[in-house]
Design a protein around this ligand. Sequence first.
Ligand code: FAD
Length: 562
Amino acid sequence: MVTADEIRAIGIFSRLDESACERLARVAADVSLVPGEYAAEEGAQRALFAVLAGRIEATRNVDGIDRVLGERLPGDIFGEVPISLGTVFPVGFRAAERTRVMRIEPQDYHAVASLAPEVAEEVGKLASHRMSGTRGLQGIAADPAPPRATVVGRRLDGACSELRRFLDRNQIHFTWLKPDEPDAAEMWGDTLPADADLPVIRVVGGKTVVRPRLRRVAELLGLETEPAAAEYDTVIVGAGPAGLAAAVYGASEGLRTIVVEREAPGGQAGTSSKIENYLGFPSGVSGDELASRALQQAVRHGAEILVTREITRIDATARQVHLDGGDVLRGRTIILACGVSWRRLAIEGFDRLVGKGISYGAARSEALNVHGLDVHIVGAGNSAGQSAMFFSTHARSVTILCRGDSLEKSMSSYLINQLKTRPNIEVLTRTQVSAAHGETALEAIDATNADTGTTTRIACGGLFIFIGADAETEWLPPEIALDSRGYVLTGPDVSASAHWELERDPYLLETSVPGIFASGDIRFSPVKRVAAAVGEGSMAIAFVHQYLREAEPAAAVASPLA
Ligand SMILES: Cc1cc2nc3c(=O)[nH]c(=O)nc-3n(C[C@H](O)[C@H](O)[C@H](O)COP(=O)(O)OP(=O)(O)OC[C@H]3O[C@@H](n4cnc5c(N)ncnc54)[C@H](O)[C@@H]3O)c2cc1C
């Protein structure tokens, strides 16, 4: 418990009278932290803290790495900015060594401040000092994170788009130089690489690699690509919302947790410019931001996350997963969170121009590619509508090409109403794309009207396709029961299918193989949503605990839910 004497030893409270110190001592929480533990994370709700013993570091997460911005020693306070301005914590505060802090809740701070206005004045002054100047928050905000890499590549080069997307989705801050920009060579600091070598990546303080494979890029940037152990309590296939949620819950509940992702974290959500219906984000959140926060959370809780590694085979009996390249991991349990893959349009010219003006989905990073252009969107669902809204603030015009009579059947009415407010968005119904044209990059598309049968060639600066997705589960072992469209059956659907052999019923998210679970879009279920994927990923961990308790009682990890 914090004593009145300890409160008086804190500079800002030194002039408080005896009764005020005692009052604060009664309400202050006495918090002991181990090294690395956070008193307040970036984004945490406001409170005022004072260091009683040890050392606190102020940190800010940049590119997934915590940068240390300053320190607080015994007698110092922190949290003065959020408490004065009513905001969340703009930076995090974590213990650099074993540390003791006291935490005062806002209502208790304000009660003391109303009796001793000089305290509020001092805290306010300190907050204003921290906000201003080159070493203050304004300085930090004005000082962008230093890039970790420089990429040279053309705008409509598929390999360059893929590389940029990969870096974005792995939260790597980088500079992109287009070879035709006048100052590109100066910024590169040397003769620009030959066209045939593009894209090129130079890692700050490291190597330059021409036409790199993503695995090589991951290695150059220190992202995990190799498993650290041979066995895990749970191996999660895929780092979309379901996989990342399972990773956060698994790792935070003491399970040795690994996620294997064949591309980069985020899954389909990472290709969504705005998710409007995820709880807690009243103005929507971009898929890459949501994924980036989830990734940080999973890593902070100790989950291992491999990128650019694909699980190619599962041995259901031995509970082994085979990674591309031959590595084999054993999972006491496995969670399939491998989502679905974009349906491809089998139309003349498409495969050749994918990445060169044609994209499946639309991440926020695509905005840079469409400034001032006329872009087209194929699809009539919410994801098509959201991306039309997004591109309408970047492109000169956005045209939605929809096969049906109207958007009403497939798009939410709030989104249809939003589209109507944008003068540069047009909807062409009963219209399909029938061909794409361009030598080295997309230049035009053919659009065919179903009523008249006429085909019109339209200049096109970018074509974004949102025509749904399919389960790609042919690589799963035959023991895992699927529905006719390849979605993984779980729980009651498994019992009903006669694939289940144990006496107990399968858990809600358990597949036909005990101990192998499925969550998110890959699971047979009518709901394909971020919230459902996150919920199921989290829930899968509860079933993992139950399974381990029952199947391997001696080795089970105590679940906080038990
Ligand atoms: C453009 C777009 C907009 C959307 N907008 C919304 C919206 O506004 N609101 C909403 O609720 N939902 C939205 N959705 C749907 C939502 O994104 C999905 O429901 C959600 O992402 C499903 O999450 P998941 O983790 O199950 O699968 P996914 O997001 O598909 O992630 C699966 C991951 O597994 C990886 N993977 C697959 N196979 C393997 C393997 N063998 N080895 C290793 N890794 C593998 C994939 O690379 C991928 O990263 C949108 C989807 C798209 C495409």
